[in-house]
Design a protein around this ligand. Structure first.
Ligand code: ADP
Ligand code: MG
Length: 378
């Protein structure tokens, strides 16, 4: 079992070693003094998003924080995994492993074809304003990126703010055009699509679940979903039963006649999922879909997205900076400075183990950047 009191005492000890009061640490983390006091007395644990900043401030590794003590280097490996697993199981609860089973059963089938193929794609923004003047500055927002997404998989893109995640998603979404490279969706090169045809392509082949601007506010939830269907050759009689059965699955049948502003953020995002999946798109693109949700609604949305893959054969590409959200994916691409630095596959492992692996990768990428900085600025 994770020892919350021990971790609290460790945080307190490290804080004092830095010569900070609780308020000073609170200020650095942009949280309340009360939260720090609660951690230190073992009454609560830091929020997931605060782990890495807290470790950096206190000069400890993630594993030391979880262990509640400094770990000697030679013992690090053996202690690390056992401690990390405890903590993560505490946070995420036990995995139902549903998804892992369904993947096993698929194993004997022929390998799924790729829905998305991205080859040597770059995007350079020219003449970027620097604040005081605009001249020949350019930003290489996406730098020679290649990857494939097989049918039915749930792929995440992680990376710090400014690493190029949204730019990459917009290129796949035909909202923006790459400077170099090819992007194929179900075999069709979308880089060649003229602007006039792009909107039609999006309606027919893509589904969107973004943080904002998801639903039309003047239409009811039902009408929002139905609108998506009217562009497909779907008979009028089949629209209502299709929406009704899908709504039951997504737990939104009770709010179909409400307007988007009358329902919660979580319900709105699940409606966006319904609208995205109902047209049976080649791929669903999601940019920080849980960004504005509380953790309960976020989990419900992530369960919904995972269910769409499992039961509706959806293929999803999701941008997120949240490790909890990423742990629902089958595969994660890690972006930094416009490049995909590394990736991680969730094989047969549980969500918890995957979560731990993601944290380690992030720590590794951050560590790598510190080394680079030291070389550049001696
Ligand atoms: P992320 O979504 O990972 O935060 P973005 O894709 O939004 O990153 O941005 C990547 C880089 O490209 C940043 O340096 C950003 O300032 C730049 N950028 C993004 N959009 C534009 C744009 N329309 N014009 C100029 N620069 C842009
Ligand atoms: Mg972004």
């Amino acid at each position: 079992m994770m020892n919350q009191i021990k971790i609290g005492a460790f945080i307190s000890e490290r804080r004092k070693a830095k010569g900070w009061t609780q308020s000073q640490l609170a200020e650095k983390l942009e949280i309340t003094d009360k939260a720090i006091s609660k951690w230190e007395t073992g009454r609560s644990m830091p929020d997931l998003s605060l782990f890495l900043p807290l470790c950096t401030l206190l000069d400890v590794t993630l594993n030391e924080l979880f262990a509640g003590e400094c770990i000697a280097e030679e013992k690090w490996k053996e202690r690390a995994d056992e401690v990390l697993m405890d903590v993560i199981t505490n946070w995420l609860g036990h995995d139902n492993r549903e998804k892992v089973h369904s993947r096993e059963s698929k194993e004997n089938d022929t390998p799924p074809e790729n829905v998305l193929e991205v080859e040597n794609v770059s995007k350079r923004y020219e003449n970027v304003s620097t604040g005081h003047e605009t001249k020949n500055n350019s930003v290489l927002a996406v730098n020679d990126v290649s990857f494939q997404i097989p049918h039915g998989s749930f792929v995440g893109i992680m990376g710090a703010s400014g690493s190029g995640k949204t730019t990459l998603l917009n290129l796949v979404a035909t909202i923006d055009k790459p400077t170099n490279g090819t992007i194929r969706i179900s075999g069709q090169n979308i880089v060649d699509i003229p602007d006039e045809a792009a909107a039609e392509f999006r309606r027919r082949h893509l589904g969107f679940v973004f943080q904002e601007y998801n639903l039309l506010e003047t239409l009811t939830i039902y009408e929002n979903i139905a609108l998506a269907l009217t562009i497909k050759e779907v008979s009028k009689e089949s629209i209502r039963p299709t929406i009704q059965s899908l709504s039951e699955k997504l737990d939104i049948s009770a709010i179909l006649d409400k307007f988007p502003y009358e329902v919660s953020g979580g319900q709105r995002q699940r409606c966006a999922c319904a609208r995205a999946i109902v047209v049976n798109p080649d791929i669903i693109l999601a940019d920080e879909p849980t960004g504005a949700l509380d953790s309960h609604a976020a989990r419900q949305l992530l369960d919904t997205l995972a269910m769409l893959c499992r039961e509706y054969g959806a293929t999803i590409l999701m941008v997120t900076h949240d490790v909890m959200a990423a742990s629902y994916c089958d595969r994660i691409l890690f972006m930094k400075d416009g490049e995909i630095k590394t990736s991680l596959n969730r094989e047969q492992e549980s969500k918890q183990t995957f979560f731990a692996d993601i944290l380690k990768k992030i720590e590794w990428i951050e560590g790598e950047s510190h080394d680079v900085l030291e070389v550049v600025n001696p």
